[in-house]
Design a binder for this molecule. Sequence first.
Ligand code: PMP
Ligand code: GLN
Length: 381
Amino acid sequence: MIPVISKLPQTGTTIFTTMSALAAEHGAINLSQGFPDYSCAPELIDLVNKAMLDGHNQYAPMAGLMALREQIAIKTEKLYGAVYNPDTEITVTAGATQAIFTAISAVIHPNDEVIMFEPAYDCYAPAIKLMGGVVKSLELEPPDYRIPWEMVKRLITNKTRMIILNSPHNPTGTILTRHDIDELIALVKNQDILILSDEVYEHLVFDGQEHHSMARYPELQSRSLIVSSFGKTFHATGWKMGYCVAPAHLMQEFRKIHQFLVFSVNTPIQYAIAQYLKDENNYLSLPDFFQQKRDHFRRGLEQTRFKLLPCAGTYFQSVTYEDITDEKDVDFAIRLTKDIGVAAIPVSVFYRKGTDKHVLRFCFAKEQETLDKAVERLLKV
Ligand code: PMP
Ligand code: GLN
């Protein structure tokens, strides 16, 4: 065997794969990995079908179908007031994951420092490390997981190249507030710091609150690569379709990587989504749709011995379980899957140090019946 020096020696298989496999093995209700258990809109499937039958089965343009980029520009301007040029400032990607990897590879050089907040979605740190960058992370504290901006300030050095933000936040369900935005604007002023803003849950904000996209604030927009996901927005995570918007000088570098990583992404699905986006109700209806699920699931969980954490956005509900056991969250999540028949994500895996605050994350993008069955089982804990 030819020896290979691992580029990510500490990395194993992701928790999403691990927990979904364990759930399948034990026939557990899978509230771990974040994906719906119901179908996306039949109209959308018809549109993909039509695009295929119409012969749109060859390579799309490298940056994405122009019709889709135009719709993304219209949506972004309508929602956040920012004007992006579809020609030079928008690229369609194979999900947000590819957009995040591409953005990090495009701008992070060896020894550049990247500030991020933990718990953090799992694909940020490996991408930074692969580019030779240095992860500077701050651990946030439940129940509110607020960003301590004074401490962020202290992390900044002349090597800080990027801050990664994720609002609405996976796994905690928190959202950035106007106060956070003001702090961020003050923090980056006169600094050469870019922002990678993971906004895949941009349409999943509840209780009438607004999503503070980086695109809303010119001081932030001008330094931001903003990433979103049609998988999340249109209940079709398996389609792996997303996009990045950024000012032209950043997008130019982004595309240099994108063109060699994937060149272009799924053509018929781009045709379909371009058409589907024309009806804004297809995304503006999402907060109500998911808020109902959140409220229903929370009412159920309130009857159990789990303690609910706040959930202002995303389709994840986190809970603490101090009153139940002092087991490690990973052990408890495995036991819940095997013995109770409900799979969750242990939140310690979103901390590089494995910090265990005894928090589990449940995905509520599920049929009401699924959520009810899960609660019924959790009542036995
Ligand atoms: N960022 C966050 C915060 C996520 O939860 C996910 C999972 N959808 C992604 C990025 C990746 O999105 P995609 O499935 O479109 O690659
Ligand atoms: N974003 C999804 C989650 O947080 C999982 C995506 C994946 O499986 N990589 O559950």
